[in-house]
Design a protein around this ligand. Structure first.
Ligand SMILES: O=P(O)(O)OC[C@H]1O[C@H](O)[C@H](O)[C@@H](O)[C@@H]1O
Length: 542
């Protein structure tokens, strides 16, 4: 079984066919399948030369299987059945989908929220194996997680070398640390970028440790690979041509719908791939994940094994490869380099600068509403009357082809702590969770605008849609949510705590967005649970 791309809208089909025919006449499908680095122009060539290894992963990653098998055996023999993965963006999004689809548990740490990290630390540390995954080996969140876990293991009388496994690129500082500390290292293919690394060691090692069948994943990808050199019946070409042509014609908001799919969570992975690959030079496609499809004229609904203007069906391993190929095709159509992420570093630099200061420059709130402080500047010079006015003015500020991005630097799992009555039905439980979940704010605000609203957890989204926010079309309006920290977590060997890092990340990104003149407001919850409740009550009211 390979991947099928089905067109359910005539216009989309026509535009895709036209674009695909042009690409075929230029020899693009075969050239891409062969790994030709010249396809994105002279400026992208150097990067593309060392970024096309993903095309061969279905075959080359097979070589890793015996080594991975030994790691899995060792972990089983030690009784380590709680697999924690520390990795940002491309170093954790694929394992998250792979394990969710295989229905095997994996704890993903792609947060700097002290509460969420503490939650993981307090969960079965005696049976925990930690995979530290970073291609560059220099990502601050992942480095912090490694330090925190090393200390926690030592404090519990456990030798970290028995519990930590590293996945990184050859020659990275993390490889060096691992060698010095005696951690097993699985080296990944350095000719593959983070968001294209699903079928590399980054996707396979944590997933296999968690119990997923990674050989099957590679087999499914290998089955679709030969089709990618074809000029007809090439799902990567069809999908790429459809997405690219739609974007050029103005439908550049990609609504991903997967309600009927047996694959669990692929849109989150696609979000990073598409947003970070295409959102640059003022161009790009904005993925919308987890929202009800709207009716905005610039939206294109793509269904994963589900309905949409376009439906993409097939097994996970094959979908990974096809979406990667399609994204490279979109890069060619839009005239951008699909392998770099030029604007991600800006927020990181701002954050590093802020952390070097004795105090973080939070400024003074422009409004305080119970447990919610409002920081930043709203469009127009007037001070907002109340929280409701903040929401109204943010929604009004969205330009005709724009979007609102909600970015919550909070504990993604806190809503599950919401109390519910004893003997509550599942529906009552989900109601309680949803009433405590900051993501509910998106659903509420969606009722008040025709424009798309995205929702991302910070700092996770910084490694994904964060590139698009800063590098893509400048029509975003930004709403950050941060929260007070009750119990912080030290980062051993560093002068900052996780709480401070988390806030500095929000402020660093705010700086990068504000520098572009984009409306950016930060809502700070001085009491997190009460603050979320207040936001939802006000948003519901209006
Ligand atoms: O694997 P790492 O080097 O730690 O990088 C993790 C992530 O961080 C960066 O911000 C990039 O923008 C992402 O594409 C990447 O996946």
């Amino acid at each position: 079984m390979t991947v099928s791309v089905t067109f359910n809208e005539e216009k989309v089909a026509e535009q895709a066919a036209e674009t695909a025919a042009r690409l075929v006449s230029e020899g693009v499908p075969e050239a891409l399948a062969k790994g030709d680095p010249t396809l994105w122009g002279p400026e992208a060539q150097a990067e593309a030369t060392v970024r096309l290894g993903w095309l061969n992963l279905p075959r080359t990653s097979g070589e890793l299987l015996p080594e991975i098998g030994k790691l899995v055996e060792r972990a089983r023999a030690q009784g380590l059945d709680h697999v924690v993965l520390a990795g940002m963006g491309g170093s954790s999004l694929a394992p998250e989908v792979i394990t969710a689809t295989a229905d095997v548990p994996l704890t993903v740490l792609d947060t700097t929220d002290p509460g969420q990290v503490r939650r993981a630390l307090e969960d079965r540390l005696d049976r925990t194996i930690l995979v530290v995954a970073s291609k560059s080996g220099g990502t601050v969140e992942t480095d912090s997680h490694r330090r925190i876990y090393e200390k926690a293991f030592r404090d519990a009388g456990i030798d970290p070398a028995e519990r930590i496994v590293v996945v990184t690129d050859p020659g990275s500082p993390l490889e060096q640390t691992a060698l010095e500390s005696g951690y097993p290292v699985i080296l990944a293919d350095p000719n593959v970028g983070g968001r294209y690394s699903a079928l590399s060691a980054f996707g396979l090692v944590p997933s296999a440790l968690a119990g997923a069948d990674v050989e099957k994943l590679l087999d499914d990808a290998a089955a679709v690979q030969p089709l990618l050199a074809q000029t007809e019946g090439n799902p990567g070409l069809d999908l790429g041509a459809a997405l690219g042509a739609a974007a050029v014609s103005g439908r550049d908001k990609l609504v991903l719908e997967d309600s009927l799919s047996e694959i669990n969570g692929l849109p989150d992975w696609i979000e990073q791939l598409v947003a970070e690959s295409t959102g640059k030079q003022g161009k790009g496609i904005l993925p919308i994940v987890g929202a009800e499809p709207g009716e905005a004229p610039d939206e294109l609904i793509v269904g994963i094994d589900s309905d949409g203007a376009l439906a993409v069906g097939g097994p996970l391993g094959a979908q990974f490869l096809v979406w990667e190929y399609a994204t490279a095709i979109v890069g060619r159509i839009l005239g951008i380099d699909p392998f770099d992420q030029p604007n991600v570093a800006e927020s990181k630099k701002n954050t590093a600068k802020l952390l070097a200061r004795p105090e973080l420059p939070v400024g003074a709130p422009i409004l305080v509403d119970g447990p919610v402080e409002v920081y930043g500047e709203l469009p127009g010079s007037e001070v907002p009357k109340d929280l409701s006015d903040v929401f109204t003015r943010l929604l009004e500020a969205i330009p005709s082809r724009g979007y609102l991005a909600i970015m919550a630097y909070l504990d993604r799992e806190a809503a599950f702590d919401a109390p519910y009555a004893e003997g509550a039905s599942f529906e009552e439980m989900t109601d309680a969770w949803s009433a405590a979940d900051p993501a509910t704010l998106r659903a509420q605000l969606t009722l008040r605008t025709e424009r798309p609203i995205t929702f991302g957890w910070g700092p996770r989204f910084l490694h994904s849609t964060g590139q698009y926010h800063k590098g893509g079309p400048q029509n975003g309006v930004f709403l950050q949510i941060t929260g007070a920290v009750d119990e912080d977590v030290e980062v051993p060997g560093k002068p900052y705590t996780l709480g401070r890092l988390q806030l500095a990340q929000a402020l660093g990104d705010q700086g990068a967005l504000a520098r572009r003149g984009r409306p950016t407001v930060r809502l700070h919850l001085t009491d997190r649970a009460a603050g979320v409740a207040r936001l939802l009550a006000v948003a519901r009211e209006v």
